[in-house]
Design a protein around this ligand. Structure first.
Ligand code: ACO
Length: 372
């Protein structure tokens, strides 16, 4: 191939344009630094910003919230199918199925117009938390807690999972983590979504592919491993020897390293402070001390910074959320970013179809079956 450009894992390759977010000079969604959004905004406002390009005014936010509230009434057939799924199925697989199922009942399923994509994105944002909570409560043999349209998305999710109203601090901590998880330009799952969208397939198909990509432990799945790392490290005193042993054995410490951020992940930096406060408040200071030791050693030995999964998994633990839900929580947030990218891709589409470098056998001749 003439002018062949090859970068394994597409590292450093600019694979397309986007106006949704940038990592240049700090992470920004539609021009707003994530630190400002995490300090002042809510997840709903952030999702609106990602989908529509601008922060909502009061009337727009009211309209958005009431549409989300109405869409949260998931059709009973889907809840019935959900009950048939074996309880041991990983929640990420369940969510992947849910996205696909929701497409079957969505009135705009095959309509790929801009307006229909926005309507479908809003419905997914509203429906996935309800289905995740319903599945979890069903597996725990607990009665379903219906969504409460008066609550924000994070508040409502904690309510539907735990069956009791969360403290404002708990709801806010989850909300901030959802804001920080919502978007990250051409990461693996978003790229998967854009590849599917570029064939002019439908939004539910593209989001289904993205959920599959996010599940992997090198991407979103990493947050489900963070707690077992902290537990395996034992105590603040034992943590240094433990992590040195892991690194010497060339095992990866999940929650560290990033394809783009080599010095620090601004999302992890922001969440670290909130995480520390929440740990103190919930009697988890010892776990924070283990985390700090691991962070110090991994930086010193490998020069690797923690990524967003490192503090967010701890926050979810302090909020008493089950580990099996950590990556699904990432989905509930990132679906906003995925949909913004799918809409952007289809608004100015070019089929994503790269080339490969062939490393197989040279040309050879057919051998009849009896001679092989
Ligand atoms: N623990 C130990 N060593 C690591 C880690 C880690 N978490 N991450 C990278 N390294 C090491 C590699 O072993 C390699 O070392 P070597 O050069 O001595 O062989 C070097 O750092 C470079 O690693 P690569 O895999 O080439 O770096 P890449 O940019 O491809 O990796 C990735 C990015 C996949 C995220 C990697 O850092 C990783 O596996 N991290 C753990 C999984 C994780 O936390 N994923 C979440 C990503 S962020 C998110 O999805 C929100």
């Amino acid at each position: 191939m003439d002018n062949e450009i090859y970068s394994p894992g597409l590292e450093g390759v600019v694979a397309g344009e986007t106006a949704v977010s940038t990592l240049a000079g700090g992470l920004q969604y539609r021009g707003y630094p994530i630190e400002e959004l995490a300090t002042h905004s809510t997840f709903e406002e952030t999702a609106y910003l990602l989908l529509y390009g601008e922060l909502p005014n009061v009337a727009e936010l009211d309209g958005f919230r009431s549409r989300l509230g109405a869409a949260a009434n998931v059709c009973p057939q889907i809840l019935e199918i959900l009950r048939q799924i074996p309880a041991a199925t990983p929640c990420m697989d369940v969510l992947r199925t849910c996205v696909s199922l929701l497409g079957h009942w969505d009135p705009d399923a095959q309509d790929t117009s801009h307006a229909a994509n926005l309507r479908k994105a809003e419905r997914l944002l509203a429906q996935l938390p309800v289905l995740l909570a319903a599945h979890w409560r069903h597996c725990q043999q607990l009665p379903l807690v219906p969504p409460d349209a008066q609550r924000g998305l994070a508040d409502n999710l904690l309510w539907m999972l735990h069956g009791e109203p969360p403290s404002p601090r708990a709801a806010r901590a989850l909300d901030v983590s959802l804001i920080l998880y919502a978007e990250h330009e051409y990461n693996a799952s978003t790229f998967a979504a854009r590849v599917v969208a570029s064939t002019l397939s439908d939004l539910h198909s593209a989001v289904t592919a993205a959920v599959g990509a996010l599940k992997g432990p090198l991407h979103g799945g990493a947050n489900e491993h963070v707690l077992s790392i902290l537990q395996a490290a034992g105590s603040p005193e034992q943590a240094e020897a433990w992590v040195r042993g892991e690194l010497a054995a060339r095992r990866r410490i999940m929650g560290f390293g990033h394809r783009v951020y080599k010095q620090s992940d601004p999302r992890a930096e922001y969440l670290k402070v909130l995480c520390r406060d929440l740990a103190e408040e919930t009697g988890n200071s010892s776990l924070e001390a283990i985390a700090e030791t691991i962070e110090r050693v991994v930086r010193r030995e490998k020069n690797l910074p923690p990524n967003l999964d490192w503090p967010s998994a701890r926050i979810y633990h302090y909020l008493k959320l089950p580990v099996a839900l950590y990556t699904p929580l990432f989905v509930l947030s990132r679906v906003a970013g995925w949909c913004a990218h799918i809409i952007e891709q289809q608004a100015n589409n070019r089929l994503i179809r790269p080339r490969s470098r062939y490393i197989g056998r040279q040309t050879r001749s057919w051998v009849p079956l009896v001679d092989r």
